[in-house]
Design a protein around this ligand. Structure first.
Ligand SMILES: Cc1ncc(COP(=O)(O)O)c(C=O)c1O
Length: 392
């Protein structure tokens, strides 16, 4: 591998040359079933005809102008997102971390305007919000933060799925102004909170005058079985962040806001050179069209249920499997031991998976995966898991 790149990733010595649907081919022509979607990005799979067409057409017209001018495709995508989410306004960024940066800035300015000294955002243990300085400070994982001190101040941390802890903050921390939370913790190990957690956070935020900010960067764009995971709870946040699946592979993020939160940022407060340029917005529109036309949120829900049931069958009674859980196509198989080496073994067997939180096999397959492909995924992975657990 070339020394030209900073050593920020532990890469496998495999390079993919092309993809189609749920399949990838490497430079030697070997075929792989993709159960990771580039970490929840390619929800429509690879080389999706609608995305390809939109990008090719747009590349032949105009790629970039500047946010100094109107960008009609950005306005169209903004309209579509606010209609679908019930939010009022959108700021477009290039990544998830930047979408969260916008959310953090909104909360800070919201607090400062209310006259709160040193406004703080309540964040969760085991959360993941990105790698910029503010978002790594918000992230509940010391490994992500270590060596980058001083961290950005202004975050109060509580355990995930713990309303008592949130109520304690409400009682004891007058400088709290917002809560930032993932509807399902992705990097944290596919941790699904109680069914009423988001509703209870909404109630508390209403009572306290806090902003409820949902990081839907991994859970959004249909993956959970709803377009946005908070729609399982019929909850409307004040701020919602998106990225990953929104562009199916082109870098786009979005910070959506509602009510007073949507009016916080004005000219000169925030910006991005590339954010929401014509190319990425053309992709975002094609993604939304395809999710709607092909009813991919319903597909994610059905396929997720099938995979959970099939894994439960295939792994029933297997010692070492602690829990199989999921919401739509956010699936975690938790083992009783670290299992990072499974990723390489799966790769050898032509399967892309991921391990997070050391002991959780994470599956984020594309929403377009067929039942036959899902059967192949269950078969290959179950057999790898059994071998791994028996050998240890
Ligand atoms: C929930 C969540 N928030 C934020 C991010 C950061 O997004 P990005 O890597 O696009 O900056 C991620 C990425 O994994 C994520 O899963």
């Amino acid at each position: 591998m070339s020394d030209s790149l900073m050593a920020t990733y532990n890469r496998f010595p495999v390079a993919f040359q092309r993809g189609e649907g749920a399949w990838l081919w490497d430079t030697d022509g070997k075929r792989y079933l993709d159960a990771l979607s580039g970490i929840a990005v390619c929800g429509l799979g690879h080389a999706h005809p609608a995305v390809r067409q939109a990008l090719c057409d747009q590349a032949g017209k105009i790629l970039h102008t500047s946010n100094l001018y109107r960008i009609p495709l950005q306005e169209q995508l903004g309209e579509r997102l606010i209609q679908a989410s019930g939010m009022d306004r959108v700021f477009f960024s290039n990544s998830g971390a930047e979408a969260n940066e916008a959310a953090i800035k909104i909360a800070r300015r919201f607090g400062n305007r209310k006259g709160v000294t040193n406004p703080a955002i309540v964040v969760m243990e085991q959360s993941f919000h990105g790698r910029t300085l503010a978002t790594l400070s918000a992230t509940g994982n010391r490994k992500v933060q270590a060596g980058f001190e001083p961290l950005v101040q202004g975050f109060l941390r509580v355990p995930f799925n713990d309303m008592k802890a949130l109520h304690a903050v409400a009682e004891n921390s007058p400088n709290a102004v917002a809560v930032l939370v993932e509807p399902v913790q992705g990097e944290g190990g596919i941790i699904i909170p109680s069914e009423t957690y988001l509703n209870e956070i909404r109630e508390l935020c209403d009572r306290q005058g806090w902003l409820m900010m949902l990081d839907e960067i991994q859970t959004g764009m249909g993956r959970s079985g709803r377009l946005f995971a908070c729609q399982h709870n019929a909850v409307l946040p004040d701020v919602m962040t998106l990225a990953k699946g929104l562009g199916n592979g082109v870098p786009i993020g979005a910070c959506l806001a509602r009510g007073p939160a949507a009016e916080i940022l004005g000219p000169g407060n925030h910006g991005s050179t590339f954010g929401g340029n014509p190319l990425v917005c053309a992709a975002g529109l094609a993604v939304l069209d395809s999710i709607e036309q092909d009813q991919l949120t319903a597909r994610a829900e059905a396929l997720g249920s099938k995979l959970l049931a099939d894994f439960a069958d295939a792994l029933s009674g297997v010692a070492g499997v602690e829990e199989i859980r999921g919401l739509g196509l956010l699936i975690g198989i938790e083992l009783d031991r670290p299992c990072g080496e499974l990723v390489g073994r799966a790769l050898e067997h032509g399967l892309l998976i991921n391990v997070t939180a050391e002991r959780v096999v994470r599956l984020l397959p594309p929403l377009i995966m067929s039942d036959e492909e899902a059967d192949q995924l269950t078969e290959t992975l179950s057999s790898l898991l059994k071998d791994f657990l028996e050998a240890a």
